[in-house]
Design a protein around this ligand. Structure first.
Ligand SMILES: [Zn+2]
Length: 205
C-alpha cells in the first residue's frame, strides 16, 4: 500500500522538506491499524527522536506517507519539570504514554482564547516564526492499540497537535505567519524547495 519502506535507511526515515508534494496533500484516514501502520508509527518515532534537532511532533506526510497519523512527544524538559505548571487533562493523560502515535487525530473544538508562540518544523529547517493558535483544543484520536481518546489539551501539546494536524491537511506553519515573517523566511523556503526537487529526482519521483 505505501512505499515508505523504500524511503531512508534502516529505521530512520527521510524527512521530506518544503517543495515535496506530500506536504501539500490532504492525507487519507487510517482504516485499519495493521502491521504496516504499526511499523510506520515506530519508524516515525525513531525519525522524530533521532533527528539532528529532535522534534516534539512529526506527521506521516513529512516522511512522504499521506495517511492521517502523527507522532508526538511534548513531555516537559527536565528544567521545565521543576516549574509548577498545571497540566491540562490531555497532558496528564498522554504524557505518560509519550512518545506515542495518534491515529486519525481530529480537533473537535477550540478555545476562543489564543496564544502566540514561536514554531519550527522538521520539514522547514531554518524557518522560524510566531503562530497564533487557540490555547486549548478538544482532541479526538485513536491510539496505536485502537483505544479511543477524547480529551482537552493545552500548553505545548495543544500547539503541537494543531501544527501536526495542519500537516494532514496540507498546511505548513509558514502559511500561518504574518506577511512580514513570511518575507523574512522566503529565501530559506525557496532554497529548501530547490534542494527537495533534486532529492525527489534522485529518488525517482
Ligand atoms: Zn511540521
Amino acid at each position: 500500500m505505501f512505499d515508505f519502506l523504500k524511503i531512508g535507511h534502516g529505521r530512520r526515515m527521510r524527512v521530506v522538506c518544503n517543495g515535496n508534494s506530500a506536504l501539500r496533500e490532504i492525507s487519507m484516514p487510517v482504516f485499519e491499524i495493521n502491521d504496516e501502520i504499526r511499523q510506520l508509527a515506530e519508524r516515525m518515532i525513531v525519525t522524530m527522536k533521532e533527528n539532528e534537532i529532535p522534534g516534539v511532533g512529526l506527521a506521516a506526510p513529512q516522511v512522504g506517507v499521506n495517511v492521517r497519523m502523527i507522532v508526538i512527544d511534548t513531555r516537559p524538559q527536565k528544567k521545565e519539570k521543576k516549574k509548577h505548571v498545571e497540566l491540562s487533562p490531555g497532558e496528564q493523560l498522554l504524557n505518560p504514554k509519550m512518545p506515542m502515535a495518534l491515529i486519525n487525530p481530529e480537533i473537535l473544538s477550540s478555545s476562543a482564547e489564543t496564544e502566540t508562540g514561536c514554531e519550527g518544523c522538521l520539514s522547514l529547517p531554518g524557518v522560524e516564526g510566531d503562530v497564533t493558535r487557540p490555547a486549548r483544543v478538544l482532541l479526538s484520536a485513536k491510539t496505536i492499540d485502537g483505544e479511543d481518546i477524547v480529551t482537552e489539551c493545552g500548553g505545548l501539546l495543544a500547539r503541537c497537535l494543531q501544527h501536526e494536524i495542519d500537516h494532514l491537511n496540507g498546511i505548513l506553519f509558514f502559511d500561518r505567519l504574518s506577511n512580514e515573517q513570511k518575507a523574512e523566511n522566503q529565501e530559506v523556503m525557496l532554497a529548501l524547495a530547490e534542494q527537495e526537487k533534486l532529492l525527489a529526482k534522485a529518488e525517482g519521483k
